[in-house]
Design a protein around this ligand. Structure first.
Ligand SMILES: CC(C)(COP(=O)(O)OP(=O)(O)OC[C@H]1O[C@@H](n2cnc3c(N)ncnc32)[C@H](O)[C@@H]1OP(=O)(O)O)[C@@H](O)C(=O)NCCC(=O)NCCS
Length: 177
């Protein structure tokens, strides 16, 4: 979707993905060390990516953010999104999540951004439930999701690999009477 939202965390700024970001996003997405963690592990061509991006802009239920690290140059370090946003059931999927610049891995930035995007989904979009799929052996990602509060609700095999379904429910800070 065309959106103007900006999410600020302590160390990052999350903003709409722009045409200028596409070549960087493509090289992250096609990196073997990253694409191996996605259900669709095929290599994406620049032409396929342009079609994907145009579809994205016309899809009101899909919100992608580029992650910029605020210190240093503020340059893009990753991608994160909420998609299949359903305003009737107030649910969405969390995904397309990567810290593509390996210099910024393992510093807590993935957790910081994923947590902020979920809070944004609950606070700004009125979501009540966020779902995701993650391979069971993706320990970094599973660790980040558990730290946020996601719980495992399902497990199935894809190409002989265990894929977990995890869910995060909105919790009101005010106890309901
Ligand atoms: C999943 C991913 C986004 C996590 O990003 P990240 O920024 O490295 O994640 P974090 O730094 O928040 O957490 C990762 C590790 O750093 C540790 N960490 C957290 N805060 C830290 C800090 N302040 N200092 C040092 N380490 C820290 C965490 O404990 C975690 O350790 P673990 O792997 O032993 O559990 C990243 O690994 C990635 O891009 N993977 C490839 C794509 C992918 O798998 N996407 C998810 C598909 S479902």
């Amino acid at each position: 979707m065309k959106h103007q939202f900006v999410i600020c965390t302590d160390r990052c700024r999350l903003r709409q993905v722009q045409p200028d970001d596409l070549s960087q996003v493509l090289s992250w997405r096609n990196d073997d060390r990253i694409k191996k963690w996605f259900v669709n592990r095929s290599t994406i061509s620049p032409q396929q990516q342009i079609i994907w991006y145009n579809n994205y802009l016309n899809n009101d239920n899909d919100m992608i953010f580029i992650i910029e690290e605020k210190s240093n140059t503020g340059s893009p370090i990753g991608l994160i999104s909420l998609y299949n946003i359903n305003p009737e059931s107030n649910t969405a999927e969390f995904g397309r999540f990567m810290i593509g610049d390996f210099n910024y891995r393992g510093k807590g930035l993935g957790f910081e951004c994923a947590n902020a995007v979920c809070a944004f989904g609950f606070g700004e979009l009125g979501l009540r439930e966020i779902h995701l799929d993650v391979f069971e052996d993706n320990t970094s990602a599973v660790g980040v999701y558990k730290k946020i509060g996601f719980t495992i609700t399902g497990k199935r095999l894809i190409d002989n690999k265990a894929l977990l379904t995890m869910v995060l429910e909105y919790k009101s800070e005010i106890a309901e009477s």
